[in-house]
Write a protein that binds this ligand. Structure first.
Ligand SMILES: C[S@@+](CC[C@H](N)C(=O)[O-])C[C@H]1O[C@@H](n2cnc3c(N)ncnc32)[C@H](O)[C@@H]1O
Length: 320
């Protein structure tokens, strides 16, 4: 039986862990769980040449607020979300509704036209679409998703949004991909399956019903295997962007530190340069009395607020 914190409506143990992760910013972070976040949306250049989110939103009578670090994205009032999601501009793929934090991962990986790119945990495909658009449909983009119904959702989204022919999709377990296609890719995105702590909702206790140390350990095991596979699939000199929507160090910094230790001399961490002000925080270099390498501070935590969901990003480079 999970014990619930009276003030926040979240598991007491989770609240305690967030206080340890965020220190003096913890109460600010904890308050966001009870608040409605402004949905984000991205104007898809694969579906219209001069895609502008504010112009598209105006077509359905919604006023958006442009994102200052990604002009092709904007946020809206949450009360307006269904006006967008149930409109023709969403149905025909011109506007893709997605939290702004999710848009950071393709932005940081920055795949180029002509590159060979892999999205190792792809469904429902929001980030795959960004990768395809950044590549301007030139090069090779492969997307892997082992869960069948999620795989079909991925296919459907890619087709609806104009990347169906460009992206090659596979229903494989991502943990085998590195062994099957060693040193094949210039860039790999691993948006890893996780405990989804950033999506915990005090109004819907089902979102944390299965959370606990066992779930975190199980996730971390899978994430380490997936990250190893992602790196095996990357050519020397290539890069892997690892990210999760979890706050748990076990699924974030500890996964990266484990991989650095295992692949010492093969992999290094690269700094991530974001222009999002104090919405970001350095990766932790200690957790529960255990010291991690200083370089883990180059990885980034996104501090949740009224428009950004909690997120973690680490860029790994395979040494040439
Ligand atoms: C965080 S979600 C990905 C979201 C997606 N990148 C997007 O932006 O739309 C993680 C995905 O990993 C998939 N997954 C679970 N186990 C996996 C495995 N062994 N190999 C590859 N993907 C896996 C899940 O089914 C889920 O679709």
């Amino acid at each position: 039986m999970i014990e619930i914190d009276d003030a926040y409506g979240l598991p007491c143990e989770f609240v305690g862990r967030l206080r340890a992760v965020f220190g003096e910013r913890a109460e600010e972070v904890l308050r966001t769980f009870g608040e409605t976040r402004r949905p984000g949306a991205w104007a898809n250049p694969l579906r219209s040449d001069d895609a502008d989110p504010l112009v598209l939103m105006a077509e359905v009578g919604v006023e958006g607020r442009r994102c200052e670090w990604l002009p092709e994205a904007a946020t809206i009032e949450s009360a307006d979300k269904s006006k967008v999601t149930e409109s023709a501009i969403a149905a025909d793929g011109r506007l893709y509704v997605q939290n702004l934090s999710s848009m950071l991962a393709p932005l940081v990986l920055d795949p180029q036209p002509g590159e060979t790119v892999l999205d190792l945990a792809a469904a429902p495909g929001g980030k795959t679409l960004h990768l395809a658009a950044r590549m301007r449909l030139e090069g090779e983009l492969a997307a892997v998703e082992p869960v069948r119904d999620r795989f079909f959702k991925l296919r459907q989204n890619l087709e609806r949004c104009g990347a169906g022919e460009f992206v090659r999709t596979f229903t494989h377990d991502g943990r085998d991909v590195g062994r099957k296609t060693p040193e094949r890719f210039d860039a790999v995105l691993l948006d890893a399956p996780c405990s989804s702590e950033a999506r915990f909702d005090p109004q819907h206790p089902g979102t944390f019903a299965y959370w606990g140390p066992r779930k975190l350990a199980e996730s971390a095991r899978k994430q380490k295997a997936l990250l190893r596979s992602a790196l095996d699939a990357t050519r020397p000199g290539g890069r892997v962007l690892y990210c999760t929507c979890s706050f748990a160090p076990e699924e974030n910094e500890l996964v990266v530190a484990h991989t650095l230790r295992r692949l010492a001399g093969v992999v290094e961490i690269e700094p991530i340069d974001l222009s999002i002000g104090d919405s970001q925080m350095a990766g932790l270099t200690a957790w529960q009395g255990k010291r991690l390498p200083d370089v883990i501070a180059e990885t980034v935590r996104i501090v949740p607020d009224d428009r950004l969901a909690g997120f973690y990003l680490a860029m790994l480079r395979k040494i040439d």
